[in-house]
Design a protein around this ligand. Structure first.
Ligand code: GTP
Ligand code: SPV
Ligand code: MN
Length: 594
């Protein structure tokens, strides 16, 4: 199917000359091609067939045990000037980075097939969508890219028409962590990834293109590429508000995007529509609102914890035609992970299950599935113009201090809330789990340029004609002294979303505090919830001394981006600090708004 676009043909030839594959295959994205890949992987042992009676079209892939998550310490953003990558990224000079990784690519595809994957991030006819081409020697990557993106002939036709595309070169190499790099060259719109076959390291359309390269492109073109889910909340009157929410990896985006409202809400006619679960591209429309598309066509979701009680929509989505990675299996060959009923027979490494070896499924085990298999998949998810965003939500895993929900006073205060985000680390990246770190806008591992410039770009949307969404911060992860979660989370998060919509439409008044606007007494609907007054008080308390320490720590963190830290953000931080100081000196005036 080779391309009519000369630049693309030449690049493929150059890569083939470097990597020396046995054959070159241009992916057309057809069903026949996908079935052929599955058969070949079953034959080669890259895939294991799961129980086809209970899970038709489902397969298991076991990755190398040393290749199970993103590797942030081996991920580089190589702008020509180091200061453009910022302290938030690892950097190498582009020439050095190319030389280093090209040496690894030299001859690496000998005896293998080089696959050319043209793909489109976003609805194929959307002006907000952007295309790329990934070259890989991994059939597992091809199969996953077919699920996660609009891949094949239609994407190639768009690339030929537009003449531009992001170049991504990938090889699984030897899977040696000592010979592994994920490198980005934003100025060349190029990605090179070697030595990993896993998720965000290898499916280059996802984090590498749709976040690291796209965030840099968005900055120059006046839009935002964010690590956010997109969800539509339809009220009983049939009006739908769309909410975009940024939580760090494995902190609840897929779950919130597929939320099932509590019984009372369903009876009243509330509905939830899934538009995206991981990435959101937002552009200002002619009417001043922000319009969002989900650049992806599938979900690469966390398996552990996904169950009929937490996320029935995900469970139904993955009941057929799904690729599972690093999950356990039951005695009758069904996929299994912690949180599901039943018992595992074989763990994620293929060993007989033994609790002494740790969890049966890897904590970062995943499912890859087409988004349209989700029962709540929004008809608007394919809309070329995107959906208008009413609210932006930031949040993370904070066992203490951060309230269940708070609203920013205005856009700049909201940008401060996003910049100040912190969260406990998870298994989505290699390294220690459960350590609190700052993760501004959930983009710490994904922002393709200097965080100071990124904050300035966010602030730049505050224009006189703009009709910007309200900004909120949530925390589903508050714990009591025994270590149990204070808030039930999952479907009950709907109660918090409803309050946000009431704030957007002006029906809830809220309560002004030094840190932002919190729900006033009685504004959160809690019917049917086993939550006592003491728990609720804790969830909505403003601990002034604790916040004074937090805002000082935020100030120090922001300092690390000088001289590129926008002065306005600094001012916002000082305003909150001053409001806290005056609240501390007259505690009865908690209402002191900065
Ligand atoms: P990435 O795909 O890595 O970007 O993750 P994500 O943000 O989509 O996270 P996901 O929704 O997959 O949730 C990750 C883990 O958090 C799962 O184990 C969930 O069970 C758990 N989780 C999600 N939502 C909630 C919640 O509201 N409360 C609690 N306590 N846990 C939650
Ligand atoms: C994340 O880590 O945020 C993910 C999984 O969504 S990965 O595709 O590996 O980045
Ligand atoms: Mn993610």
């Amino acid at each position: 199917m080779a391309s009519k676009l000369e630049a693309l043909g030449r690049w493929v030839d150059d890569v083939a000359a470097l990597t020396r594959p046995a054959r070159v295959h241009w992916c057309d994205g057809s069903d026949g091609e996908y079935q052929g890949l599955l058969q070949q992987m079953l034959h080669d042992g890259d895939l294991i067939e799961l129980n086809q009676q209970t899970h038709p079209g489902c397969y298991l892939h076991r990755s190398d045990p040393a290749d199970v998550a993103r590797v942030e310490h081996l991920t580089f953003v190589c702008h020509p000037q180091q200061h453009d990558s910022g302290p938030n990224n690892h950097w190498m000079a582009p020439a050095e980075a190319h030389a280093k990784i090209d040496a690894l690519f030299d001859g690496c595809m000998a005896g293998r097939t080089l696959y050319v994957i043209p793909y489109c991030m976003g609805p194929i006819d959307s002006p907000l969508a952007r295309c790329g081409v990934e070259i890989t020697d991994s059939p597992y990557v091809v199969a996953n890219m077919r699920i996660m993106t609009r891949m094949g002939a239609a994407a190639l036709a768009r690339i030929e028409r537009e003449g531009t595309f992001v170049k991504g070169l990938h090889s699984t190499g030897e899977l040696d962590p000592e010979r592994r790099f994920i490198m980005h060259f934003p100025a060349e719109r190029t990605i090179k990834s070697y030595g990993s076959g896993y998720g965000g390291n290898a499916l280059l359309g996802k984090k590498c293109h749709a976040l690291r390269i796209a965030s840099d492109q968005a900055r120059h073109e006046g839009w935002l590429a964010e690590h956010m889910l997109i969800v539509g909340i339809e009220n009983p009157a049939g009006e739908t508000h769309y909410i975009a929410a940024a939580f760090p990896s494995a902190c609840g985006k897929t779950n919130l995007a597929m939320l099932i409202p509590p019984e009372g809400y369903r009876r009243d006619g509330w509905k939830v529509w899934t538009v995206g679960d991981d990435i959101c591209w937002m552009h200002p429309g002619n009417d001043g609102q922000l319009y969002a598309i989900n650049p992806e066509a599938g979900f690469f979701g966390v398996a552990p914890g996904t169950s009929g009680s937490t996320n029935p929509n995900a469970l139904e989505s993955i009941s057929h035609d799904t690729i599972f990675t690093n999950v356990a299996v039951t005695a009758d060959n069904q996929p299994w992970w912690e949180g599901l009923p039943g018992t595992p027979a074989t763990d994620w490494q293929g060993r007989p299950y033994d609790p002494a070896n740790g969890p049966a499924a890897h904590p970062n085990s995943r499912f890859t599935v087409r988004a349209r298999q989700c029962p709540t998949w929004s008809p608007q998810a394919e809309a070329p113009q995107g959906v208008p965003i009413s609210a932006i939500v930031f949040g993370g895993r904070r066992p203490a201090l951060l309230p269940l929900v708070m609203e920013a006073r205005d856009w700049s205060h909201g940008v401060l809330m996003g910049a100040a985000m912190g969260s406990e680390t998870t298994a989505a990246a290699t390294g220690a789990v459960g350590v609190l770190r700052r993760d501004s806008m959930a983009m710490k591992p994904f922002c393709g340029y200097h965080y100071g410039d990124y904050f300035a770009h966010w602030l730049s949307f505050d224009q006189p004609a703009a009709k910007l969404p309200k900004i909120f911060h949530v925390n589903w992860f508050r714990k009591d002294p025994s270590g149990a979660f204070l808030w039930p989370g999952f479907g009950d998060n709907m109660r918090v979303l409803e309050w946000m919509i009431e704030r957007v439409t002006g029906r809830a008044r809220g309560r002004q505090t030094a840190i932002g606007i919190l729900p006033a007494t009685g504004e959160l609907k809690l019917e049917g919830l086993a939550l006592d007054q003491h728990q609720l008080d804790q969830l909505l308390a403003v601990n002034v001394a604790g916040w004074q320490a937090e805002i000082a720590a935020i100030g120090e963190y922001l300092e690390s981006f000088t001289p590129r830290l926008p002065e306005r953000l600094h001012q916002e931080q000082r305003r909150v600090a001053e409001a806290l100081a005056s609240t501390a000196s007259s505690p009865q005036r908690e209402a002191a708004t900065p």
